[in-house]
Design a protein around this ligand. Sequence first.
Ligand code: C2E
Ligand code: CA
Ligand code: CA
Length: 402
Amino acid sequence: MKANKIQIKEIERALHDGEFCFYYQPKVSFLNGRIVGGEALLRWVKPDGAVIPPGAFLPQCEKSGFITDITAVMLSELIEDIGAIRKVKTDIQVAFNVSSLDLHSPYLVKMLRSFIGSRRIDPGNIQIEITETAIVDSSERIQKSLLDLVALGVEVVMDDYGTGYSSLDVLSRLPFSAIKLDQGVVGRMSSDARNTHIVQSILYMARELSLKTVAEGVENECVYTFLMASGCNEVQGYWVSRPIPLKDFIEMLKANPRWPSSSFGLLYNAWVNHNSYRRKVLDAVYTLTKVAPEGWKDLPKMDLAHSPARCRLGQWYKKKGRRNDDASTSSHPTNPQDPHDRMHAAGEALERAVRGQAGPKSVRAALKTFLDFSDIVDAEVSRIVEEGLSETLGESYSDSSK
Ligand code: C2E
Ligand code: CA
Ligand code: CA
């Protein structure tokens, strides 16, 4: 107990003497292999040069409540750092870790609002990371803080996702824009297939909920490549880079290094999303035909997303042929675009026929049209996946260094 008290005093002194700073760990996009962000990680650099990691002093600060003082002081540091980083790269997302205590009162939101209002940073430059454990019994106050952050234009990321506390309920109720796969789960994929299933299920679920995915704790090329192929969006870990001091991070941004990247994961995501659409339509048709119309009011809410623009495969077709990952503006109709759009139109017509009780003959015809287009699209996508794989194989085997 006594040791803790002394330590808090020592921590307080160090904070006010400016011995705390951030190291930055780069975050890389799997799609283009470039740094798209960095996580700010607290370090206590003693006057003798010794660097103390946060695990050695943050737990007692959380317990005593002193953590909010650290957050307040270090948020100002962070804004300074972002200013320096923006001189090299303006479109960067810097992630800042906060504790649940920081969200229990409005001070964090107020500080950020004032930094954004004075145009010292752009809200797109900052992400707030919070662990699920911290908000599992999320009070209204925490919910309000999270909603206020989102209203400011700041992204909120759920950290350490996949640990024992993970709950889908929290994810669906709170306004997260991304989830960060826990490094323990990521690391254990190498020794336990169940962890691999968990990671892939999380990636699947995140896609369904339109959440971005970031993998943490990636320590080797195998795990990096596996996550890239599985359609994870971004990656952080020792294999990319350890957390480094600000000036080294800025040097790294200047050098603009590139890690392996592939659009294969994107296509894979699109394919899974497309299959999930087909499945949802068929599940809905099955349920609607089994249950009498009087009972439909009790049906679970279903979002069938008939618009082809909302389907990742539709988005992928548009992106095809483009180098970066900005999909929204391009319109590149390719051959398969047509059957894909028609498949979605057929899905909508099928649902309409069932709901409108069009009679067995019409429903059967609508079902056949839907399945026929769906088969055409599926065959086309298999072909594209195959092409992509043979291209990759060609590259790997022609590269003499491998
Ligand atoms: P976190 O937010 O989960 O941060 C990731 C931790 O994993 C960091 O440890 C990072 O150095 C480490 N890491 C990154 N890649 C790898 C890898 O490939 N392998 C392994 N084994 N580790 C990796 P760090 O910097 O010691 O931070 C520990 C925790 O302290 C953080 O976990 C976060 O919860 C907390 N923390 C750090 N900075 C702050 C801060 O400014 N405020 C608050 N409230 N918490 C902070
Ligand atoms: Ca974090
Ligand atoms: Ca984490």
